[in-house]
Design a protein around this ligand. Structure first.
Ligand SMILES: [Zn+2]
Length: 128
């Protein structure tokens, strides 16, 4: 069954073209190609399922250490928590970009973006 493809940005189209070209070259050289991509929505659900037990453990440890009084945080602390969480998303994607840059020995090819439909930040593989 053919997967529904989202509309790619110009940069993504360029990367896909380069990927398809390299892929065709490798197949022509005798390599076998396997499509191991996973739909972003499916990945989000899998990530949630994998993450939930760890969140449960963290919450249990938090209450074990702080008791119920740990919940009387102010609105300012809640905003700080949200801000730190958002900052961690950027740090996470930055680590992806850093690893890509180290692997291809260049920062020039690294780009960052957001898939708007799923609000997914990305640090895609560099242009080849
Ligand atoms: Zn990641």
């Amino acid at each position: 069954m053919e997967r529904e493809q989202r509309k790619l940005t110009a940069s993504e189209q360029k990367r896909k073209l380069q990927f398809d070209k390299l892929s065709a070259q490798l197949v022509a050289d005798g390599y076998k190609r396997y499509d191991l991509t996973v739909d972003i929505v499916k990945v989000s659900f899998i990530a949630l399922a994998v993450m939930l037990p760890f969140v449960g453990i963290a919450v249990a440890l938090y209450f074990a250490v702080n008791g119920a009084q740990g919940l009387n945080g102010s609105f300012k602390e809640l905003l700080l928590f949200v801000a730190v969480t958002v900052a961690c998303v950027f740090v996470h994607e930055g680590i992806h970009g850093l690893v890509w840059a180290i692997c291809c020995r260049s920062f020039k090819a690294i780009s960052f973006g957001i898939i708007v439909r799923t609000l997914t930040p990305t640090a895609p593989a560099p242009d080849l």
